[in-house]
Design a protein around this ligand. Sequence first.
Ligand code: PMP
Length: 292
Amino acid sequence: IPFDQREGYIWFDGQLVPWADAKLHVLSHGLHYASCVFEGERAYGGQIFKSTEHSERFRRSAELLDFAIPYSVEELDAAKALTVAKNGFRNCYVRPVAWRGSEMMAVAAQNSTIHVAIAVWDWPSMFDVEQKMKGIRLDIAEYRRPDPKTAPSHSKAAGLYMICTISKHKAEKKGYADALMLDWQGRVAECTGANVFFAKGGALHTPIADCFLDGITRRTVIDLAKRRGIEVIERRIMPEELASFDECFICGTGAEVTPVSEIGPHRFTPAAVSRAMLEDYTAEVQPKAKAA
Ligand code: PMP
């Protein structure tokens, strides 16, 4: 079902409205000039995993684009929980989005209204561990993540996804599931919607998140690995090194932990480290019983 024709409720500028009524005008600054930021979250068992961290990042993403989201972190957390509950979901994907409205239609849009919407939908996670352990195949993207001096790399800004969509489409046309993107200096960066980890000698290696999104899942995986006593090395990783790794997986709210079997000419065999992280993450996202 197309996304504009579904049933349910969308939280729109402070109120729950019927799904079909959550519309914006074609002359919206967010559409023309990409003054738009969003989040991607998941609810498990009726509870949004790390909701507050996502709300904080949402507000920070907007600040990096020079606008302020007119709701506090607490208000956003409450609105997201309300939207999940109103739509009757226990497990779902949660999409907050904020954009500049229609008052001004030029590059400058200082006085435009900031709109916020929250939609939720069913996006089943691949909980079948054995299926996931086969691994996905990645292309290597032509476009690179921009220099942080060229774009606000740490904002989850809609505009930064243009090259992700192009890269993912190219990869899919070649039969790959996704694309690995390099950074502006040609080092391994991330996928089009997930961060990347490699394993060799029992340790995890992951690129330093200085010019791409430092995913909430990435930070969770680093924590989980450390709790297991797995060493995590954040460092520069060159594409020439890919051949030296035994395992690879990607991680993100949507992807959760997904092992990788191929990146371009390189082959990986998802094994113990990927399995451990996949199992630990699956356990970690389950709702925690509230302390008495
Ligand atoms: N990088 C990009 C480009 C993404 O879109 C995402 C998904 N939000 C991630 C990394 C992973 O971020 P998170 O773990 O916070 O979902």
